[in-house]
Design a protein around this ligand. Structure first.
Ligand code: ZN
Length: 235
């Protein structure tokens, strides 16, 4: 195992929590960073502390590696974007085919702030849950976007950051399998119980796949991914 340090973009969702587990399995020291940009589903942010604790319950040997959490206020991002994630607009698809939950440039901004923290903390690896496989069409989740940004950050900050995206080529079922391989059934259950994906912030109903309204695009993706994972588990 490497002695290097990692900073994980940790929103409180399934993908970022799986990335945190992946980093804890791989690196000597791991810190987390989250962003409060006025997102409508703030409940995701509120899940973060409990989720960090739940991961350590599933894998107590990770406790010595897990360092501080950085919560960064980015209210300006909510002010400059008019999307269904930050306003009360219904989830819909724009004329260009992108869902209106798209916050333009969000991951570029997040990774730039993460790099600034990593610079200060002497951290080389920055880990994010971006995924090109069954994503919602967000162009800033694409592998090429992340690779281009890595080059820009390394030039602009005179560092050798590595932007790690362990989920880039996994579908949701494979993401569950990755979690299982990292922490067994206990980690899968911790993710089901404590991660949040629903765009509407609904935690009133617990389904087999976790909490959510069950009808928004995020719940739909999560339910289908869980069903595919569960089916692949059956002998
Ligand atoms: Zn939902």
């Amino acid at each position: 195992m490497t002695q290097e340090k990692a900073l994980v973009l940790f929103s409180g969702g399934q993908d970022s929590a799986t990335c945190l587990a992946w980093a804890l399995d791989r690196f000597a020291q791991v810190e987390t960073i989250g962003f409060d940009y006025g997102q409508r589903h703030r409940i995701e942010l509120d899940c973060r502390a409990a989720l960090r604790a739940a991961l350590l319950q599933a894998r107590p040997d990770w406790a010595a590696k897990l360092g501080p959490d950085h919560l960064i206020g980015l209210q300006a991002l909510g002010q400059v974007s008019d999307t269904s994630l930050t306003t009360d607009a219904a989830i819909a698809f724009n004329a260009d085919g992108l869902p209106n939950s798209f916050v333009p440039g969000r991951n570029i901004i997040f990774l730039s702030f993460a790099a600034a923290i990593a610079y200060r903390r002497g951290i080389k690896h920055i880990v994010g849950g971006m995924c090109e496989t069954d994503y919602s069409g967000y162009p800033d989740c694409r592998d090429d976007t992340i690779k281009a940004l890595q080059v820009a950050l390394n030039l602009g900050m005179e560092r050798r950051f590595v932007l790690e995206t362990p989920l880039m080529w996994l579908d949701k079922a494979a993401t569950w399998r990755l979690a299982e391989s990292l922490g067994g059934a206990a980690l899968v259950e911790a993710l089901l119980e404590h991660t949040h994906s629903c765009y509407l912030g609904d935690r009133s109903q617990r389904h087999a796949w976790g909490y959510g309204c069950g009808t928004c695009p995020a719940c739909d993706l999560r339910a289908k991914g869980w069903a595919a994972y569960a089916a692949s588990e059956t002998p």
